[in-house]
Design a protein around this ligand. Structure first.
Ligand SMILES: [Cu+2]
Length: 311
């Protein structure tokens, strides 16, 4: 009997640690930025408040069912309208809401504050790829399209014999990733050429819609070099699931080498994918003009339908 209990105990603890390990994989990622840490902390605060409320409410229900049931001869009390109770259950939720609202407001304000940036990248959504343009800083003028990589495209077609299992980062890899310097405050200006898309890298802690005729703003400061992946998070059409986002964050030196390659080397030519149209380049003043005068003269370029596989 003791052995069976011990076995049960070991089994249970193994199950719970596996469940906890799995939980962190299911949970929101912490991310490499101070902002994403704040978002994660906020998420966990609200989560644990919900857990506590659940435990208290269900605890009260089960306690009442078990100890005050009819079969134990308990007589129900006949009172109605307790003013004291009404006051208590109004004040407690109010306090809980304040506890959640204060850090949430602080984080939201921080998220929307795009001042004091070091460089600006304009992101334009297309059905179904992204266009990035560096509007200032060392890489000013660099612009390129970023679409799903060739191996993933091939693996999507069964006749190729290439299995998705054989492709690294299937559906999450691009030909030209967005490259950013580490520790720099990057402002994004996000817009769209055709329909609404949404630029989302989960580890950055936010997503932002890209809307035709509008320019949305967001920012990120990544403090750890690395590769961060995301996808379009808006149902934008047939190939909605096939417009991944890859952001490569490089150390200052590596970033400058990349910039040099784009500005002076062959990088620019490679990046101008054949068959894709030139996107009109917008200056800072133009973008600000657009913000003030929405829906007017939004530059449009059409992307040819047959793009896949020819690269
Ligand atoms: Cu999209």
């Amino acid at each position: 009997m003791k052995a069976a209990l011990l076995l049960c105990g070991v089994g249970l603890s193994a199950f719970s640690s596996a469940a906890l390990g799995g939980f962190s994989a299911l949970n929101m990622p912490r991310g490499p930025t101070a902002l994403s840490q704040d978002v994660y902390d906020l998420h966990m605060l609200v989560f644990w408040i919900c857990v506590a409320i659940g435990v208290v409410v269900f605890g009260a229900i089960f306690y009442s069912i078990l100890t005050h049931r009819k079969s134990r001869g308990v007589k129900p009390s006949q009172f109605s309208h307790s003013t004291r109770l009404e006051v208590v259950w109004t004040i407690i939720p109010f306090v809980i809401l304040i506890v959640m609202a204060v850090p949430a407001t602080k984080t939201l304000l921080d998220m929307e504050d795009v001042s004091d940036y070091d460089l600006t990248v304009k992101v334009t959504g297309y059905q179904w790829l992204w266009h990035y343009e560096y509007m200032d800083g060392d890489a000013e003028g660099t612009a390129f399209y970023s679409s799903m990589d060739r191996d993933t495209r091939l693996a999507r077609i069964r006749a190729n014999g290439l299995s998705p299992a054989d492709v690294d980062n299937y559906l999450l890899e691009v030909d030209n990733p967005l490259v950013l310097p580490v520790g720099k405050r990057v402002r994004f200006l996000l817009t769209s050429n055709d329909v609404i898309h949404s630029w989302w890298v989960p580890e950055f802690g936010w997503k932002k819609d890209t809307i035709p005729g509008f320019v949305n703003e967001a920012w990120v400061q990544v403090d750890e070099p690395g590769t961060y992946r995301g996808q379009c998070a808006e149902l934008c059409g047939r190939d909605h699931a096939f417009m991944p986002i890859v952001v490569v964050v490089k150390e200052e030196e590596d970033y400058l080498a990349w910039v040099d390659e784009q500005v002076n080397g062959a990088g620019g030519e490679q990046l101008a994918a054949p068959g894709l149209p030139e996107v009109p380049r917008l200056g800072e003043a133009t973008v600000m003009g657009l913000l003030a005068n929405l829906n007017d003269d939004m530059p449009r370029a059409t992307v040819p339908e047959a793009r896949g596989g020819e690269r």
